[in-house]
Design a protein around this ligand. Structure first.
Ligand code: EPU
Length: 420
């Protein structure tokens, strides 16, 4: 079992370069199955969820050639199966995108129930509602979702809840459907726009991505032989912004889209950080004083992202005064607060609300990541704390952050990965 050993009290200084977005990449990879051809995808983050996605695509018959550490060519001409290996699909959440892509191209898909971070109930009823509206029959039996259709025909779908996964999955299944599909109350996250851009580069006709009404005019044929570069990761950038403020440091964040970060920048500035847009997809963030208390409520984009809730929680744990976080997306996203309390934080979490009484200092302790973002938060806490912190359950962190300890080390953290 690997662990990260962090010697704390090191303000972070220097430059960090953001990788391609995990949540865009894990949708774009299965989306490549829609073409009877090949494409090149660049700026892929080198993370375990991407490697797993590639393994699944290969098991279905796609040919993957790694051109560099961050770029691959996927040839989907000879897909041999529409049934994804259950042992692999159950390992992460984004395997549900295989349903939309396989159904869209082959009118048939069989995929195991998706796994991923345990954040509370993660139903997929809105995905199913979308597939059925296009004419598919969907069955969920013995941990498998199977979807079939004679024909997919465009339809109007009003989402009961704003869902990133369902919005993308319906786009995937509608690209080659007959006629027009309209998704109302669609999610607007930057990775929704990125997946739509990828699909449009492929020859799809999708309009309105980034707003709450997305229109997909079905096309008959898609392009082959194009190259697409994945958008920078909003959440990774936000994670380093929180780390800068929590450690009272000064960072230049390169390869980020500053507009995507407005939702986090606004909150950190309210708390006392200074942020300068340096142009050219770079920003500087610094904070040399104790941040002030804040109230944070997570909500779909452009609201404050749930995927940065635990990282800002670390900032609040040593901020001046009493802060509140209201988590409105996931039921169980406060598990990290128990670990922070082991480090001296004073957090009371109940249901979807947590109250943070800011303490002067955190102290190193052995802590366990319960999910991906909780893991990132515990690393930040270790960097800020007095003494030594050991972070366990690194498999969660490796799913979504590329070379995390290397990136933190380059900006001054004393952090080492040790295999036990
Ligand atoms: N929901 C339903 N029915 C559905 C789908 C969702 O009730 O059919 C509910 C969920 O239970 C949740 C809310 O709707 O309460 C939002 O869920 P959404 O579908 O947007 O989440 P997701 O697609 O499963 C993606 C990200 C998550 C991120 C959420 C919210 C991927 C692979 N995962 O999950 O990312 O938290 O959107 O932004 O894109 C992470 O990266 O750490 C992570 C958990």
């Amino acid at each position: 079992m690997d662990k990260l050993v962090i010697t704390g009290k090191t303000p972070l200084h220097g430059e960090v370069t953001i990788s391609g977005a995990k949540n865009a990449a894990v949708a774009i990879l299965p989306a490549s199955l829609l073409i009877n051809g090949f494409c090149t995808i660049e700026n892929l983050p080198n993370i375990s969820d991407v490697k797993l996605s590639c393994t699944i695509l290969e098991a279905l018959g796609a040919k993957i050639t790694w051109i560099s550490e961050h770029a691959i060519t996927i040839d989907s001409r000879n897909i041999t199966s529409t049934s994804a290996p259950l042992d692999l699909t159950s390992k992460f959440r984004a395997s549900y995108y295989l349903i939309g892509a396989l159904l869209g191209r082959f009118k048939s898909a069989e995929v195991g129930m998706p796994g991923g971070c345990k954040l509370g109930a993660r139903p997929i009823d809105q995905h199913i509602k979308g597939f059925e509206a296009l004419g598919a029959t969907v069955d969920v039996i013995q941990g498998k979702i199977s979807a079939k259709a004679d024909d997919l025909v465009g339809s109007s779908i009003y989402m009961d809840i704003v869902s990133v996964g369902a919005t993308i999955n319906i786009m995937l299944s509608a690209v080659l459907a007959k006629g027009t599909t309209v998704i109302e109350n669609a999610a607007k996250e930057p990775h929704i726009v990125d997946v739509a851009n990828f699909l449009n580069t492929m020859g799809a006709d999708i309009r309105g991505a980034g707003t709450d009404v997305i229109k997909i005019n079905g096309v008959e044929k898609l392009n082959s032989g194009f190259t697409y570069s994945v958008v920078p990761d909003q959440i990774e950038a936000g994670t380093f912004m929180c780390a800068a403020v929590a450690s009272r440091g000064d960072l230049i964040i390169k390869n980020c889209i500053t507009k995507h970060l407005d939702c986090i920048s606004a909150k950190l500035v309210e708390m006392g950080a200074t942020i300068e847009d340096l142009g050219g997809d770079c920003l500087r963030i610094y904070c040399d004083k104790r941040p002030s208390k804040a109230t944070v409520k997570t909500s779909p984009y452009p609201g404050f992202p749930t995927d940065l809730q635990s990282q800002i929680g670390v900032v609040l744990s040593t901020s001046e005064g009493t802060s509140i976080i209201n988590e409105s997306i996931w039921e169980s996203r406060f598990q990290y607060t128990e670990e922070l309390n082991k480090m001296g934080a004073k957090i009371t979490a109940q249901g979807k609300t947590a109250i943070f009484e800011g303490v002067d200092e955190l102290y190193g302790a052995p802590v366990y990541a319960s999910d991906l973002r909780a893991g990132a938060a515990l690393i930040i806490a270790g960097i800020c704390a007095n003494g030594t912190t050991e972070v366990y359950n690194l498999e969660h962190i490796d799913r979504g952050y590329e070379n995390i300890e290397e990136k933190f080390r380059k900006i001054g953290a004393k952090i080492e990965r040790i295999s036990e």
